[in-house]
Design a binder for this molecule. Structure first.
Ligand SMILES: *Cc1c(COP(=O)(O)O)cnc(C)c1O
Length: 374
């Protein structure tokens, strides 16, 4: 077989850096000049800017998108025996933090089409010990928030939105992160808004909760020398904050670019046998952190793409209830049929704002050639 002339990486963070190199380099130099490494003006400015971008009152920055979930649940007062309902499909941060905050994980299956938590199945999981629900806007598509909020209201539960993959996604005109009681964001480098290292934030309109979260993340005190409670050390650093402030104004354009690429994939792959394209439910604005297709020969297709120079990924190969970490819950495939079926069929195609038309075409040709061979 001849060598592919064009390779398509799964993401290309360096391409994004080159597109804003001067701004980034200047921002980093400014932080170094002022030695504002921890807290300080760059962190405060990014918190204000991010809150404004989401359209919410408070943003509490922290070290990463896993800490943000943990901090939110500690501030919500999670305690031993409390149960939290979470989707069977997500990154493990969503549920490991429930356990670490002292609660118990209760999994709910995901919807067959959108991969987000299936609200029709939530109520059957609620017990006298249930305190909250964590919808995950997986791959960049909002979960069905109206149905989830109605259930939460009926049972007096809090809702913590995991927005790690869904910066600027909308649900019926509302930006995700503003719908539940509190929301968690990750700025891991590969996320739609990514730092050059670890970073995260929690947002809320609840002033009391915001103060409690900030206090817990900063050793239990907001003023020097005072510690009202025992907390943790989870901080966004000045360099990451300055980098994020440079990137934030570009996020709307990058998001549109993701949507254009997704539309292009849809157009070019719509008649390809065996390829199931992502479904976008009514009233939702998908921001395509990932473009996830399904294919009955997923592993064969991924290998074929690799030989054609196209990187792909599987997010995630084992659904949460079936991980070794949750073996003690003794779940079986029948408990979460959608999550179980999807894990063997899903494949994430390359998608990042800087992708060229030739690269999109290269991915499409690689997929269609598998059809003819396979
Ligand atoms: C990335 C991610 C997280 C965790 O973010 P980190 O910044 O890597 O700690 C949490 N939840 C979901 C759904 C994620 O994709």
């Amino acid at each position: 077989m001849s060598k592919p002339e064009l390779s398509v990486p799964f993401v290309d963070l360096h391409a994004q850096y080159l597109s804003i190199k001067n701004e980034i380099d200047d921002a980093i130099a400014a932080v170094i000049r002022s030695s504002s490494f921890i807290r300080g003006p760059y962190v405060e400015r990014f918190e204000d800017q991010f809150a404004a971008a989401i359209g919410i009152r408070h943003c509490v920055s922290c070290a990463n998108g896993t800490d943000s979930l943990y901090i939110a649940m500690r501030a919500l007062g999670l305690k031993a025996g409390d149960e939290v309902i979470a989707p069977a499909r997500s990154w493990i941060s969503t549920t490991e933090t429930i356990s670490q905050a002292g609660g118990s994980v209760v999994f709910c299956d995901t919807d067959a089409d959108t991969y987000t938590i299936d609200p029709k199945q939530i109520e059957s999981k609620i017990t006298a010990r249930t305190v909250g629900i964590i919808p995950v806007h997986l791959y960049g598509q909002p979960a069905d928030m109206d149905a989830i909020m109605a259930i939460a209201d009926r049972h007096s539960l809090w809702v913590l939105e995991d927005c790690a993959q869904a910066h600027l996604a909308h649900y019926k005109g509302r930006t995700v992160g503003t719908i539940g009681n509190v929301a968690s964001f990750s700025f891991y480098p590969g996320k739609n808004l990514g730092a050059m290292g670890d970073a995260g934030a929690i947002v809320t309109n609840d002033t009391v909760l915001a103060e409690r979260m900030a206090m817990f993340a900063r050793h239990g005190g907001l003023t020097k020398g005072e510690h009202h409670i025992e907390g943790i050390n989870s901080r966004l650093d000045g360099l990451q904050a300055a980098i994020l402030s440079v990137k934030l104004p570009h996020l709307a354009d990058w998001t549109r670019r993701r949507q254009v690429i997704a539309d292009e994939y849809r157009r070019l792959l719509s008649n390809v046998n065996d390829v199931v394209l992502p479904t976008v439910a009514e009233g939702r604005r998908h921001v395509y952190h990932l473009f996830v297709i399904q294919h009955p020969q997923r592993d064969g297709l991924a290998r074929h793409l690799a030989t054609r120079g196209v990187q792909s990924g599987v997010h995630y190969p084992v659904s949460l209830p079936f991980l070794q970490a949750y073996q003690h819950l003794t779940h079986t495939a029948e408990d979460f049929p959608n999550a179980y079926a999807h894990q063997a069929r899903i494949l994430s195609l390359p998608l990042y704002p800087e992708m060229s038309a030739a690269q999109i075409e290269c991915v499409v040709k690689a997929i269609t050639s598998f059809q003819t061979n396979g």
